[in-house]
Design a protein around this ligand. Structure first.
Ligand SMILES: [Mn+2]
Length: 292
């Protein structure tokens, strides 16, 4: 069966043009470097289908008032350098319209295209990552475009990284964090001490990209992902991290990646759709608005 790509919240919202929408939802069904469990290629389609079950009210506001447009899926066949270039191009088109791209992965590599677009449009910015894994490897299984290398590429581009929820690191990644501008709030520290009032360090860039790997959440909340780790953050800790990351900052865009749907288990798909919509809510309420 072919994956279908309905619009985000298709059953609730009338179709609008890219110019009318703040949020540009961009499905990127990339699955090429997966190293453990597969299925991330089906993530974007599952999120879009599950989004039809969302309520427009997110508990605080109606994020859809700002307009949500859904792009056709990005072509993800072919060499990864080409795929990353296509993602960069799509994100740049959203930036050119003054809009906020929302990428649906797909494996975490999709973020590399977005971060290249950020660099071209805005220069060096801050990257806030929610994840179980540091993703700071230089190469993994022979490619620099592996999902395990995404934040290393961000550092190569000169972006400043803040990572939250991490609980899986290689020894070279531990060393890299000490010698580069990588800030972190690991899952172990969140479990012990919670999330500090001032979460991002002094001097962290005002403009950010938010990248949410769903495996940052605990597996009891999010079992549908390829490389699970025990001891993840809760749903409301995830909310708190997102809110503290975007409050008073300029949000270039965000992505939600690494959902690997499990046949017959639909709650994780809905959880991912809700995460996308709730993040739109935090961004539309708390971020500095440039393009509303
Ligand atoms: Mn991860």
């Amino acid at each position: 069966m072919h994956d279908t790509y309905p619009r985000f919240l298709e059953e609730e919202l009338d179709e609008i043009t890219p110019e009318e929408a703040l949020f540009h939802v961009i499905p990127v069904p990339l699955e090429q470097t997966v190293s453990y469990g597969g299925g991330t290629g089906k993530g974007p389609s599952a999120i879009l289908r599950a989004s039809s079950q969302l309520e427009l009210y997110d508990g605080v506001s109606n994020p859809s008032e700002h307009g949500i447009w859904t792009a056709p899926p990005v072509e993800t066949e072919g060499p990864l350098s080409d795929v990353v270039g296509r993602i960069k191009g799509v994100v740049e088109r959203s930036f050119a319209l003054g809009k906020l791209p929302v990428l649906l992965g797909g494996e975490h590599t999709v973020t590399v295209g977005a971060l290249e677009a950020c660099r071209a449009a805005f220069g060096e910015i801050g990257i806030v990552q929610i994840d179980a894994h540091a993703d700071l490897r230089d190469t993994y299984e022979g490619t620099p475009y592996s999902h395990a290398c995404v934040m290393r590429r961000a550092c190569d581009m000169g972006h400043t990284v803040f990572q939250a929820g991490i609980r899986s690191l290689s020894l070279p990644e531990v060393a890299f964090r000490k010698s580069h501008p990588v800030h972190y709030l690991d899952a172990r520290d969140i479990a012990k001490h919670g999330i500090p009032e001032q979460m991002l360090p002094d001097g962290f860039p005002e403009r950010i990209w938010l990248t949410i790997d769903v495996d940052g959440l605990d597996a009891s909340v999010m079992p549908a992902t390829g490389t699970p780790e025990p001891g993840g953050i809760t749903w409301y800790q995830c909310h708190e991290i997102i809110e503290k990351a975007v409050s008073g900052r300029r949000v270039a865009g965000f992505d939600v990646v690494e959902l690997a749907p499990v046949k017959g288990l639909h709650f994780p798909d809905f959880t991912a759709a809700r995460l996308v919509y709730d993040t739109m809510g935090f961004v539309s309420r708390s971020a500095i608005k440039e393009s509303l």
